[in-house]
Design a protein around this ligand. Structure first.
Ligand code: MTE
Ligand code: MO
Length: 310
């Protein structure tokens, strides 16, 4: 995103023909009630699990086709073109995998992925993802609330922020051999943001395990923030006192702040954030405050100057 701005992306890349073909096939299978469809139709009904409202424009929120979700990606460890991750991420070895919990918690430890996931009940949730580059998708995730994990490891009173870290493995992630970003990629949340019921740890998409390019085997989803907050292939979660300095803050502090809340009123220094293009559509839509999730999250920022805390 630092490297290419929306104007540089050819429109053919934004709306590949396969997106439309896939959508037609998807809709056809749903109406035929075909069980072979990758998507369990109940996922559509799962847009408001556990009382979580999907946001105001639910009727317009058609799912982005699986093919687009898994081939139009940002995962800079595998290159910065949108199709690099789908082509390169097969190099990532997702088993065995461990997750280290450290910092100000009563229950630190390094968990094997299966043990890490075992206590949690998986659910399906449809969330919009809005990239700071000006495009968006609607994705059916599978996973569990981040708050469940946070409560399980029992943060102490000194924990005020959570810092998430991606795998560092230049042998598997070719772009980590170059200093394009300060590897490993990290992202942070305030503790109350991590406890918000919308924050989600995903292990799957469209009812299947996450493809590597989407951040297997474990990635964060924070739907009211720009996509770059949704860190992929997490190996460590640290509970800290000080606000973490994130990868994109280090790369371009005037462009990417700690908060990164979707905000149509605060432009990126090099382009507007007022509108977005849903992948698979031609028209532009207005971008909604907090990506349409204001009811669930705006209270966390009451009294904050969101131009200053961008
Ligand atoms: N480790 C890591 N996580 C990352 C990124 C990245 O480059 N590396 N890109 C981010 C950005 S900019 C976006 S928009 C989302 C894209 O998620 P998706 O490819 O699953 O749609 O992943 C985010 N998580
Ligand atoms: Mo992004």
């Amino acid at each position: 995103m630092l490297i290419r701005k929306p104007a540089d992306i050819p429109s053919s890349e934004i709306t590949p023909r396969s997106v439309y073909q896939n959508r037609r096939r998807f809709i056809g299978m749903l109406s035929a009630g075909a069980a072979a469809c990758a998507l369990d139709p109940t996922l559509l009904a799962a847009a408001s699990p556990r009382g979580v409202q999907p946001g105001r424009r639910s009727q317009e929120d058609e799912l982005t086709p699986y093919e687009a979700v898994t081939t139009y990606n940002n995962f800079y460890e595998f290159g910065y073109n949108k199709d690099d991750p789908a082509r390169e991420a097969h190099r990532l070895r997702v088993r065995p995998w461990s997750v280290e919990i450290s910092g100000h918690v009563s229950k630190p430890g390094t968990y094997d992925l299966e043990d890490f996931l075992a206590p949690h009940t998986m659910e399906d949730r449809v969330y919009r993802l809005r990239c700071v580059e000006g495009w968006s998708m609607v994705i059916p995730w599978r996973g569990f609330p981040l708050a469940d994990l946070v409560r399980r490891v029992e943060p102490t009173s000194r924990a005020r922020y959570v810092d998430f870290i991606t795998l560092f493995a230049p042998d598997q992630m070719p772009a980590q051999r170059q200093p394009t970003l300060d590897w490993p990629y990290n992202e942070g949340l305030r503790l109350d943001e991590a406890l918000n019921p919308l924050s989600f740890l995903a292990t799957g998409v469209y009812g299947e395990d996450l493809p590597n390019q989407n951040g297997a085997p474990l990635r964060l989803v924070v739907p009211w923030k720009y996509g770059f907050k949704s860190i992929k292939s997490i190996v460590a979660i640290r509970f800290v006192e000080e606000q973490p300095v994130t990868t994109w803050m280090k790369a371009a502090p005037h462009e990417y702040g700690f908060y990164a809340n979707v905000n149509p009123n605060v432009d990126h220094p090099r382009w507007s954030q007022a509108t977005e293009r849903r992948i698979g559509e031609l028209r532009r839509r207005d971008t909604l405050m907090f990506n349409g999730y204001a009811e669930q999250v705006a209270h966390m920022y009451a009294g904050m100057d969101l131009r200053r805390f961008y």
